[in-house]
Design a protein. Sequence first.
Length: 164
Amino acid sequence: MSPEEFKEAEKMPLIIVLDNVRSAYNVGSVFRTCDAFPVQALYLCGITCYPPHKEILKTALGSHETVVWKKFTTTLEAVEELKQMGYKVFAIEQAEESLSLNDVDKHQLKNSKIALVFGHEVDGVHQDVMNVCDGCIEIPQGGTKHSLNIAVSAGVVLWEFFRK
């Protein structure tokens, strides 16, 4: 598919929000994942860098030109806009009462506009953002670290949403 065809192609009704992701390489990787599993847009918030940052360009491999993206001063601004547009907003985080990614039902997703917030590499999704989300989805893990790189987390979650 050409970049022009991609821009016109049908997308999942899904927006990805990066909450203060510090690594430009991770941001570029998320751009590529958003291209692979076509999402509506990628919102870059707070300290998250944005194109044409050279490290994003290195890992994005041109996907920064196909994926619609928008920069926000704060993640709270992005979430407020999403809610006004009728999106249900979920943090991807380990938290009490989180819903396992395995339990996200494709019937719950049908005809729903969803936004997923991925957080800072060390601190996760900021608590102020968690407080305004509609819920929290957790990736089940079995190892000792119970932690995945943000780019890996985005790949796992987007694949699961794309699959469903």
